[in-house]
Design a protein around this ligand. Structure first.
Ligand code: FAD
Length: 455
């Protein structure tokens, strides 16, 4: 064996998963196609669940530092720092479940540093994969690499997904957007919705959305100018476009995230429109969910079947995001009927309870795992970064106690259990947390059932 697990792709999800596997005592190997990290400015926002996952591993200060500039960029480009649903910028963020405004290349630098020490082989594109009863062999860089498991974190066009034969059902693109950092000469039409599409322009970024037509070649300045004219009716001169990209809103996810020894995580498992910035808020929790479980199986602490809980928990989370991004696409389509619907949704967002509903939907904090034992809320939810009070009057935050791959019992007097770490608190709990921050028990029903299930 060359490694316990091979992670294909050193994007944000692959890097975080590799670090989680190392934390769980495993020996991961990352194979990445690109010679150097990508500078593509895709994501600029990290949702609450992804932010909290990184805080739990001690990356809070670095995220907070990046967030200062990121928030300024967001305010400049969107004219608002509120969250949005289908570009209706009215969602008041939940102060207890914060997002981070960080550009993806910066995030990848933070995660690469976090994963320092893990073997990452760049310039190694995976081109073949074979699974047998003992392990998996993947071919990259002119040789075969063998491990007990392989995880495809190789993005939306995942080679691992195709080579392993995962089904990838879903809906095709309804809308397509072309965007980039653009330098215009002369006047630019106002951003907003038009009869046949939408035009967005703020800071150096510009993008235009129209109904999808099918596969297309690389974006050129002339193509962008023509699309802006089609939508706004105004002729513009695009002098330069950098970091140009086109993206659609197809919404698909793998029918299962595991086929034997092969797993998928991040965009390899699910693709959807970037509306609301949710890709990493799914992908990072995928990695957090899979990392400690794979570690436990590799150590022999848990049977293989334990790994099936990964699909059982994460597939519904992916489905929830596919659903809300499809709804956003419907609300972004051009036309007077959609204009009317948008007005109604915008009015609904003025109601505090509805606003909270949208905030929970987009942050993923409203989603709950279905566990194999009966337990009321908040069991199955991701725990926020609670402030904890201790008997001696000290306070701390939850993330200060979560630097290992072990479970954590916040106790107000329950007896300690050697399988998990214990922190005595006076203001909350009792709560049993899994290493991925999910609440496994909250005082009702036997603690032992939860401990036996997860540890
Ligand atoms: C315009 C835009 C805006 C977005 N905004 C947001 C946002 O604000 N918030 C948010 O959460 N998400 C956003 N997203 C989505 C986000 O960018 C993705 O969810 C994220 O990149 C997924 O990370 P990943 O690690 O799963 O995949 P990727 O980032 O795609 O990384 C995959 C890696 O695998 C490598 N690879 C691919 N094939 C192979 C192979 N065969 N062998 C070896 N390596 C391979 C690639 O080179 C790459 O490094 C946005 C996306 C777009 C397009």
């Amino acid at each position: 064996m060359d490694a316990d697990a091979i992670v294909v792709g050193a994007g944000p999800v692959g890097l975080f998963l590799a670090a989680e596997l190392r934390l769980a005592g495993a020996d991961p190997l990352v194979l990445e196609r690109l010679e150097r990290p990508s500078e593509e400015t895709k994501a600029r926002g990290l949702g609450a669940l992804a932010t909290e996952a990184l805080w739990r591993r001690g990356l809070g200060d670095q995220l907070a530092e990046a967030d200062v500039e990121g928030t300024k960029d967001l305010a400049r480009d969107h004219g608002s720092t509120r969250g949005h649903f289908a570009s209706i910028h009215k969602i008041v963020p939940d102060p207890d479940r914060p997002r981070t405004n960080i550009w993806q290349p910066e995030l990848e630098r933070v995660l690469a540093k976090h994963a320092e020490g893990v073997r990452v082989l760049r310039g190694h594109e995976v081109i073949a994969l074979e699974s047998d009863v003992d392990g998996v062999t993947v071919t990259a860089g002119g040789r075969g690499w063998r491990a007990k498991y392989v995880v495809g974190c190789d993005g939306g066009r995942s080679t691992v997904r195709k080579l392993a034969g995962f089904d990838f059902p879903g809906t095709p693109a309804l809308l397509r957007t072309i965007a980039g950092r653009v330098r215009f000469a002369g006047d630019v039409p106002p951003g907003g919705r038009y009869a046949t599409g939408a035009f967005m322009h703020g800071g150096s970024m510009a993008g235009v959305t129209e109904p999808a037509t099918g596969p297309e070649p690389e974006v050129t300045p002339d193509e962008l100018a023509a699309a802006i004219e089609r939508v706004t009716g105004q002729r513009v001169v695009v002098e330069e476009i950098q970091d140009a990209r086109r993206f659609g809103d197809q919404a698909r996810q793998a029918a299962t995230y595991r086929l034997g020894r092969v797993f998928l995580a991040g965009d390899a498992a699910h693709v959807h429109s970037p509306s609301g910035g949710q890709g990493l808020n799914l992908g990072i929790p995928d990695a957090a969910n899979l990392g400690w479980k794979l570690g436990a199986v590799l150590r022999g602490d848990k049977p293989e079947a334990f790994l099936d809980t990964y699909t059982r928990e994460r597939h519904p989370a992916g489905e929830a995001v596919l659903r809300n991004t499809r709804a956003q696409s419907a609300l972004l389509a051009p036309g007077p009927h959609v204009d009317a619907l948008r007005e109604i949704v915008a009015e609904l967002m003025d109601l505090p309870e509805a606003n909270r509903y949208f905030a929970d939907l987009l942050s993923g904090t409203g989603h709950r795992y279905d566990f194999p034992y009966p337990a009321p809320k908040p069991v199955g939810e991701h725990c926020p970064d609670l402030e904890l009070r201790h008997g001696d009057g000290r306070t701390s935050r939850l993330h200060e106690h979560t630097r290992t791959d072990r479970g954590l019992l916040l106790t107000t007097g329950y007896p300690a259990d050697p399988r998990v770490d214990v922190v005595a608190v006076t203001n909350t709990g009792p709560l049993l947390l899994r290493p991925d921050g999910v609440i496994a028990w909250a005082g009702e029903g036997p603690l032992d059932t939860a401990l036996d299930t997860w540890f």
